[in-house]
Ligand binder design. Structure first.
Ligand code: SF4
Ligand code: SF4
Length: 63
């Protein structure tokens, strides 16, 4: 299932694959243009910190 809290700015993303490579949950999938995140994401923030172009944002957990 696609999650709703991770987002990628497609205009910035250069499809390097670093985010998918670092995710401990294998929650990131690279498609032709899109990067998608599934709901096994634990919001660890690694991909957000690692992305060389700062294209990934993570929404705060809703209470
Ligand atoms: S690390 Fe950033 S630039 Fe690279 S594929 Fe992921 S979102 Fe795109
Ligand atoms: S925040 Fe962590 S668990 Fe979620 S997609 Fe990024 S690297 Fe994977």
């Amino acid at each position: 299932m696609k999650n709703e809290w991770m987002h990628v700015e497609v205009e910035r993303c250069m499809h390097c694959g670093a985010c998918a490579g670092t995710c401990p949950e294998n929650a990131i999938y690279l498609h032709e243009v899109l990067v998608e995140f599934n709901d096994s994401c634990t919001r660890c923030g690694r991909c957000v910190r690692l992305c060389p172009v700062g294209a990934i944002t993570m929404e705060a957990k809703k209470k």
